[in-house]
Design a protein. Sequence first.
Length: 310
Amino acid sequence: MEETNTEIILQVKNLTKKYGSLVAVNKLDFTAYRGEVIGFLGPNGAGKSTTIRMLLGLIKPTSGSIEIFGKSFSKDRIEILKKVGAIVEKPDFYLYLSAYKNLDILGKISGKEIKRIRIKEVLELVGLKKRSRSKVQTFSHGMKQRLGIAQALLHDPELIILDEPTTGLDPQGIKEIRELIIHLSNDLKKTIFLSSHILKEIEIIASRMIIINNGTTQIEGKVEDLLNSSQMKVRFEVDDTAKALEVVKLSMWNENYVETEKNKLVFEMDQSEVGELNKFLVENSITISSVVPIRSLEDYFLKITERATE
C-alpha cells in the first residue's frame, strides 16, 4: 500500500466511557491519517463498538476528546458528520423497494440533496449497477452489505467508519468488500476506520492497526512494522529431526526452540537471528529443506491481548 498522507483526519485523546462502575473505554488514544485503512482490533468486550458509537455521536463520552478534520466533535458535531459515512452493525432497508429507491429515500432523509447521477455512481462503485432496479428482498446478504456501503458513500464522505462490514459473508463476498475498501483508500484517498474480527483481512488491507483490550490502546502502528519488529515463529524443515533436535538441545538455540512438527523444528526468535540459526544447523551437518516464517497478525493479536490480561 502506498505511503499515507500526514494529514490527520481523526485524533482521539484520553477517550473514556463509564457506565456506573463499569469502564467500557479507558483513556483511549489513537490517530488516523488521510487515505489510510486503519484496522481496529480487539477481543469481544474490548470496547470497539462503544468507541465507534462515540466517534459517530451515538453515545456521549464520559471524558476525553475526539477531533475529526481538525475540529472538536463536541463543538462541531453536525458539520463533521456531514463528511463522515458509516455502517454500524447490519444495515436496514425497505425490502420491498429497489436498491435505487432505497438510496433515493435515505438521501432525502439525510437532509442533503443527492442527485440521481450520484446514486448511480455509488451503485456502480459497489458493484450493484445491474441490480439497481431490483427489490432489496431479492438481494443476498453480501449484496445488502454492499448496498449499506453505498448508503455510507452517498454524500461522498472523507472518513468512512465500518463496523464488521464482512460479518456473515462468504469468501467471495469478503473479497468484494476487500477490493472496494482498497479502491476507496488507494484511488479515492478516503480514510477507512475498519473494525473487524477477521484478522487475515486486516493483515491484507490495513496500512495501520490499533489493538485495544479492556478499553485501552495496547498497540498502534503500521501493520508491516509491528509484525516485523517483534519476535516470530520459524519452521525449519530438516532431513533428520532427531539429530537436529539433539544438536539444538546442546546449544544456545535451545532457548529459542518451541516444538517439533513431524520433520520440522519450530523456533521463536527475532527476524535477524534466522540466518544465524540456519548457518549453525548447516555447519552441524543438518540438511535444511525449507525455512518458513509463520508470523501472522493472529499470532501478534493473541500475544498482545493475552499480555494485557496477565
